[in-house]
Write a protein of this length. Structure first.
Length: 582
């Protein structure tokens, strides 16, 4: 439908008899409430229309969030033209690129759940009827989608868009190249002047980190699971065309309200399988195996790391994207975006095309007219897949009874064994790396960085990137009960569970223990006799952290294991009502 036709279409009126906003706008007893709305310039008609929350993670912390306030205005325009009254509000974000490599990263995963909570509380407190949510940086995407599923009011998710690639010495670069440049600099392979030039050009404009890192992975998830409009996640943040997608999202949420189409109608188990399939096919971030279970938890669906791993194991890897591949998210957008991946997977029976989406149509209907682009090597045909199984692999074994995960996209060698080098925090491991204290063949163990033990389950990009920059990326392995950035590459295994803080096997390791990794068979083991391991367990004692008050303390008291999404509340299974039905 042309834009002019959309703008002149008469909005359908929606009765407020059962909508949450009736509690603040209807009847004589709500005169005081209405007086506040008049004070902000709303008309009587606008007050009695559905109230639609337009939530953004706008801030001036990083380029991934900086355009969200502008994009919110487009969403509000779409809502207004479709007969709703938009009410804009903001929530926090913690931007991983700036939080990385120091204590600030403990705040990152915690922010995901705080985002979900703050959006929920704003919606509840003001009785909004529907939600358009805009997010840019890694944890803000799942956090926003978690709030949508939890509230279960008609909702549309909007990604703020990727950054454009930078150019350095004739090649495309992203911020991950800068992290790896730190390792090159430390080993004398890059001068001060070269590092300064690289950091100056790697991030040329607004938008989220440019490879198939966590933000772009979860943006693909938003389309694959059906909460975002088709093709809406691809356009870079700096492209004017993005505002049209956002405006359309405002109209779409009003259509969903008219249809009473809710997130839990969309986010079924089959839809989560679709999302996991797209993550695997694009070599996406291992963090998806943390966020998909957490999103499912909001819908009352028991979806664990093992469920995600089963999907990963049978999905071909078809999108050649950084960090394991050679292309950026912008490159995939130019050949057709994630819609191309979805259509190719559907045509080969790897997705459930009957899942309903926020458009009111099925996944199959949404991409029915998509044609696979020829003469390009960003996205491959399934029959010519880069590898026959997914770019992400789940592991389990004596070192990880509850599971672990590794991104294998772009890796040739899928087995590794070596002696453990044990560190009880990331800083100590990073110091050892940049001071060349790690030997070829070592298996670096970074523990007490899990959800409880960190607390906050830090990412380890500074350490892994420094290894790559030194030329050690393929010569060592790294295992942690923490997480890895979507930009991490190499034999880096995260989410090891149970974590060290609760007495998991990773907390019992000693320097020199032989570690055995096999990503072909999905095994992660330590070569220690069971009796000897039990003897160590009897001597093990919990460690205290330095975070004994405040948000990190509270998080550590409630957070569950990474295999279940590191969730902090009982979820939909314990609900006696949902917000949408108040």
């Amino acid at each position: 439908m042309a834009k002019a036709e959309r703008n002149h279409a008469k909005p359908k009126s929606i009765s407020k008899d059962t909508l949450p906003s009736r509690h603040v706008t209807e009847g004589p007893s709500r005169a005081p409430h209405r007086s506040y709305l008049y004070a902000m310039g709303l008309t009587e008609n606008e007050i009695h229309q559905p109230l639609v929350g337009v939530a953004t993670c706008w801030n001036e912390a990083a380029p991934c969030n900086i355009t969200l306030s502008r994009q919110a205005q487009a969403a509000k325009k779409g809502v207004s033209e479709a007969g709703g009254t938009p009410r804009e509000f903001a929530t926090i974000t913690v931007t991983d690129g700036i939080a990385m490599g120091h204590e600030g990263m403990k705040s990152s995963l915690v922010s995901r759940d705080l985002i979900a909570d703050s959006v929920e509380l704003t919606m509840r407190g003001h009785c909004y009827d529907a939600l358009v949510g805009l997010a840019g940086c890694d944890k803000s995407l799942p956090g926003m989608m978690m709030s949508m599923i939890r509230l279960n009011v008609p909702s549309v998710f909007v990604y703020g868009g990727t950054i454009l690639p930078g150019r350095f010495k004739g090649r495309d670069v992203t911020v991950v190249d800068v992290f790896e440049g730190v390792g090159m600099h430390a080993s004398g392979k890059m001068s001060d002047e070269e590092l300064l030039e690289l950091e100056s050009v790697a991030c040329p404009c607004a938008g989220s980190c440019g490879g198939q890192f966590t933000a772009n992975t979860m943006a693909c998830v938003s389309e694959a699971i059906g909460l975002a409009l088709p093709a809406s996640s691809g356009a870079p943040a700096s492209y004017e065309s993005r505002d049209q997608f956002v405006e359309d999202a405002g109209r779409a949420v009003m259509n969903a309200l008219q249809l009473n189409l809710r997130p839990r109608d969309i986010c079924t188990r089959e839809a989560f399988d679709n999302a996991a399939t797209v993550v695997a096919a694009t070599g996406g971030s291992t963090n998806a195996a943390l966020h998909l279970p957490a999103m499912a938890h909001e819908a009352g669906i028991n979806y664990t790391l093992q469920d995600v791993a089963k999907i990963f194991k049978k999905t071909p890897y078809i999108a050649d994207l950084m960090p394991g591949g050679k292309y950026t998210a912008t490159d995939m957008y130019k050949v057709g975006g994630v819609s191309i991946v979805i259509k190719e997977l559907l045509d080969n029976g790897l997705l459930n095309g009957e899942c309903i989406t926020v458009t009111g149509k099925t996944m199959k209907q949404n991409v029915s007219e998509i044609k696979f682009p020829e003469n390009q090597d960003v996205v491959y045909r399934v029959q010519n897949a880069i590898t026959p199984t997914g770019g992400v692999v789940g592991l389990q074994g004596t070192l990880a009874p509850d599971g672990a995960i590794v991104k294998v996209a772009g890796m040739d060698k899928l087995t590794f064994s070596g002696p453990a080098r044990v560190f009880d925090c990331e800083e100590d491991a990073f110091y050892a790396v940049v001071n060349s204290q790690i030997k070829e063949g070592d298996v670096i163990i970074i523990r007490y960085e899990g959800p409880k033990g960190g607390p906050g389950m830090r990412e380890m990009l500074s350490t892994t990137a420094a290894l790559y920059g030194q030329g050690m990326g393929e010569k060592v392995a790294l295992i942690t009960d923490g997480r890895f950035s979507g930009g991490t590459r190499g034999f880096c295994i995260g989410h090891v569970g149970p974590e060290a803080a609760v007495g998991g096997p990773i907390g019992l390791l000693k320097n020199g223990d032989m570690i055995l990794i096999d990503a072909n068979t999905g095994r992660l083991d330590v070569d220690i006799e069971k009796k000897a391991l039990e003897s160590r367990r009897k001597k093990w004692r919990p460690r205290k952290t330095n975070h004994n008050s405040g948000a990190l303390w509270r998080y550590a008291q409630t957070v569950g294991p990474a295999s279940n999404g590191a969730v902090v509340h009982p979820g939909a299974d314990e609900e006696t009502h949902t917000y949408c039905d108040i």
